[in-house]
Ligand binder design. Structure first.
Ligand SMILES: Nc1ncnc2c1ncn2[C@@H]1O[C@H](COP(=O)(O)OP(=O)(O)OP(=O)(O)O)[C@@H](O)[C@H]1O
Ligand SMILES: [Mg+2]
Length: 275
């Protein structure tokens, strides 16, 4: 079967910094796939390579079997690759509605050169866009803030508007860079549900970077783990999180992990207990 995405031997260097070293993995069509790893592991870098923001120093990227390594970001969006950003990238002075409309920009076919037929075509097109945008607003429960200025919204809502904008492009593959960062428990739960639904109901293949292991365990089909720019594990979430290499990457030395429970104050050494 053709993969939705294949990352093949990708390396990325910034001067002396090796952000990625020979990273390979493949994402199946329809999968909800997570990328995890400690800070600075290279997670955003790999997403930037997929979206076209960074060009790998070595290696290749395939989207539905097609080599996209050399394509510019604006050539990837029309193929059906959408994304959100780790640091919000909304137009703060624009309304929620207009921010979402921006997401459809590349889908606008009409321009001012089409002459006499412009108005008719443009009106029909505008209606189609509005309909699609309304569908997304309903899906993400953004009705009550549709006219609000994006910059005035809570952080959690702004993350949701950014997801709406990425969805407006109608991507087949959506890249989410920490969609739940900085959210409270309830907001995270909502966001996790939207992500599952856009995967299942809208049929989008999802590649998500997320630090919350509970969420990753709950909703991902498979996980890849990066550490210092290298892939250290890949597989189903439970197996990956039980992997000693992964524990070591997150918690330091493996020995520490194994002896940690004995060090807990609630479980003092026997000698201390008798004293
Ligand atoms: N544009 C850049 N210029 C120079 N170095 C960069 C650039 N982007 C990333 N790096 C470096 O590449 C490495 C990986 O960074 P990256 O942002 O991909 O990590 P991350 O896993 O997303 O981390 P975090 O969890 O903190 O978001 C880091 O050492 C980072 O400093
Ligand atoms: Mg990052």
């Amino acid at each position: 079967m053709e993969h939705a995405l294949e990352v093949r031997n990708v390396s990325l260097r910034f001067g002396g910094v090796r952000a990625l070293s020979e990273v390979s993995f493949a994402v199946n069509d329809g999968e909800l796939f997570s990328i995890i790893g400690p800070n600075g592991a290279g997670k955003t870098s790999i997403v930037n390579c997929i979206s076209g923001r960074y060009r790998p120093t070595e290696g290749q990227l395939f989207y539905r079997g097609r080599d996209i390594t050399g394509l510019k970001p604006n050539a990837r969006a029309p193929l059906g690759i959408g994304r959100t950003f780790q640091n919000l990238a909304l137009f703060h002075h624009m309304s929620v509605l207009d921010n979402i409309m921006v997401g459809r920009h590349h889908l606008l076919k009409n321009n001012f050169l089409t002459g006499a037929l412009y108005w008719l075509g443009a009106r029909r097109e505008e209606l189609q866009h509005r309909r699609k945008v309304e569908e997304i607003i309903d899906f993400l429960d953004l009705q009550s803030v549709r006219k609000a200025t994006a910059g005035t919204l809570s952080y959690g809502l702004r993350k949701r508007v950014e997801l709406a904008r990425a969805m407006a492009l109608e991507p087949k593959l959506i890249l989410l860079d920490e969609p739940m960062a900085g959210m409270n428990f309830e907001e995270k739960e909502d966001m996790a549900r939207y992500i599952v639904d856009l995967n299942e109901e809208f049929g989008m293949t999802v590649v998500m970077i997320e630090h919350d292991m509970g969420v990753v365990m709950d909703i991902s089909n498979r996980v890849v783990v990066l550490d210092f720019g290298r892939k250290i594990a890949e597989g189903e979430p439970a197996a990956v999180l039980a992997d000693p290499h992964v524990k070591r990457a997150y918690l330091g030395e493996e020995d520490e992990v194994l002896t940690y429970p004995d060090d807990l104050p609630s479980n003092p050494p026997a000698a201390e207990r008798v004293a």
